[in-house]
Ligand binder design. Structure first.
Ligand code: PMT
Length: 218
């Protein structure tokens, strides 16, 4: 059976981590290889969608027929995602750093004292902003990376970020979450949920797109 077509749809996908610079040699970042987001971008392009992939710093090849925009920080990722709108769907698979240094030191910070205190400020919440944007895509899907109480936190994000679906994955265990080739997702929406996998991220990407299509307004 061939996968349902996404021909004529424009899909923006975010993938990978963001790096928030402390000084010219150090940064704060999340663990993410980009594999999950790249698999979604690849699968969507294979089905005929016009795909814009906004990628944090990762070492993955660009999937065929995908427009890739490389960024480093959450702020840059936000700018690239918002500039890529309008779109029919936004799928936020990136592990965006929640905090960034309030200032980036222009030179390398020297080791002097036993302790160093950094002032951190919240980064823009890209997913939440896309979900209420005047050019809001028809479908907005976020991810939730959780170590525990997965459903509680995933449903909280679904509501708070006003998105249509949250694909939750457990992190900190082998065979799912970041860096691994495999993953297991539980996708939550307002009145339902569906478990996908465990399976290779390439397969989960197609299953997630199928699920999104079943709930995509005509
Ligand atoms: O890249 P891999 O190694 O393949 O790993 C895949 C993954 C584990 C990174 C991926 O499946 C995943 O879970 N991505 C989301 C990770 C994350 O940051 O989750 P979160 O629960 O902190 O964020 C919730 C949602 O808000 C996510 O869609 C995130 O992209 C978005 N967000 C978060 C913070 C922020 N400032 N802006 C955002 O848009």
């Amino acid at each position: 059976m061939s996968a349902a077509s996404l021909s004529g749809r424009r899909i923006v996908v975010s993938a990978g981590p963001t790096f928030e610079d402390i000084d010219p040699v150090r940064f704060i970042g999340n663990r993410s290889s980009g594999k999950m987001g790249f698999a979604i971008a690849e699968a969507a392009a294979r089905r005929g969608a016009k795909v814009v992939l906004v990628a944090g710093p990762v070492s993955l090849a660009t999937p065929a027929d995908v427009e890739r925009i490389d960024v480093r920080s959450a702020r840059q990722m936000r700018e690239a995602v918002i500039a890529a709108l309008p779109a029919d769907a936004y799928i936020g698979a990136a592990a965006v750093a929640d905090y960034a240094p309030a200032v980036i030191a222009p030179g390398k910070i020297k080791k002097k004292d036993e302790q160093l205190t950094l002032e951190l400020v919240r980064t823009p919440d890209i997913l939440a902003e896309v979900a209420v944007h005047e050019r809001r895509p028809t479908v907005v899907v976020g991810f939730a990376a959780e170590t525990h109480d997965v459903e509680f936190y995933a449903r909280g994000k679904l509501e708070k970020k006003r998105v249509d679906m949250i694909a939750a994955n457990r992190v900190g265990v082998a065979g799912s979450g970041f860096e691994s080739d495999d993953n297991a997702l539980t996708v939550y929406w307002a009145d339902g949920a569906l478990a996908l996998g465990p399976a290779p991220k390439t397969q989960l990407a197609d299953q997630l797109l199928d699920l999104i299509l079943t709930r995509w307004p005509a």
